[in-house]
Write a new protein. Structure first.
Length: 265
């Protein structure tokens, strides 16, 4: 999944509440669609086997009239499955298909509210235009050049596809954990008294988080320089004795692991 293709989006609701979203770029949407197509492939395969079974009835005189009805049912099911899959799943799964749910994507209205049945129906009807001339070419081009990662169906229906905050947080957490493990920081015993834990403010957490999020990209020397005053701040607040031999970066990394469950909901 190409994170660079995902864009930040700020929405002001009618109640003047500011919402922050990350739109789903072409990479994550393509993978989600591929997963949905694999599910459809299995469903179509079962329908195909059903149609073959029905065709066998024509090879003899066994209930040919019933076979006519069964073939009609098979055709109706095929149309319903292929045209209704995206509409029904997005409508009854809160703006998600099974593929979108696995990738942590969701369809919303432009105002940040849940997508309505009408908007879901419109965006999927325009899927017929987005797939032209082949392999979703028009849809892919419109997503690439759209400031909000919209295909034509989204533009007409007034919808956006976003990455769920929970999914994005888990992805970022794994990225940070991997970067911390590569640093091979010494293992420290960092204990935080409950009374001291309650004294940690949102500003304190933002300071710690800002430092931790630089671990994957910042040079080791500069990272250590920044860690010193931040570690001193937290040591004083939590009653810890840093001393002169303790690695301040290791201290902050351990502190982050201890506190993040309190702040990352």
């Amino acid at each position: 999944m190409n994170e660079s293709l995902d864009k930040e989006l700020t929405i002001i609701t009618p109640e003047q509440v500011q919402l922050q979203f990350q739109t789903a770029g072409i990479g994550s949407r393509a993978i989600a669609h591929l997963l949905d197509c694999l599910i459809l492939l299995v469903m179509n395969g079962l329908l195909f086997l059903f149609a073959i079974l029905i065709s066998r009835l024509y090879s003899g005189d066994w209930l040919p009239a019933l076979a006519d009805y069964l073939i009609a049912i098979a055709i109706i099911l095929w149309i319903a499955v292929n045209l209704g899959y995206f509409v029904c799943t997005e409508a009854f799964m809160g703006g998600q298909t099974p593929g979108k749910r696995i990738l942590g994507l969701r369809v919303l209205q432009n105002n940040g509210q849940s997508a309505t049945l009408l908007s879901i129906l419109i965006r999927n009807l325009f899927r017929l235009l987005d797939i032209m001339p082949t392999f979703y070419f028009i849809g892919a081009v419109s997503i690439i050049f759209s400031s909000k990662d919209k295909r034509i169906g989204d533009m007409v229906a007034g919808t956006i596809v976003v990455i769920e905050a929970r999914f994005e947080r888990m992805k970022r957490r794994k990225h940070i954990d991997k970067a911390i493990s590569k640093k091979n920081y010494p293992i420290l015993t960092v204990e935080i008294e409950e009374a001291k834990r309650q004294e940690i403010t949102a500003v304190d957490w933002q300071l710690l988080q800002a430092w931790v999020e630089r671990i994957p990209t910042m040079h080791h020397v500069r990272l250590q320089e920044l860690a010193v005053p931040i570690a001193q701040h937290f040591a004083a607040k939590l009653g810890h004795d840093l001393g002169f031999t303790l690695d301040p970066a290791a201290y902050l990394a351990q502190l982050y692991e201890k506190l993040r469950d309190d702040w990352e909901v």
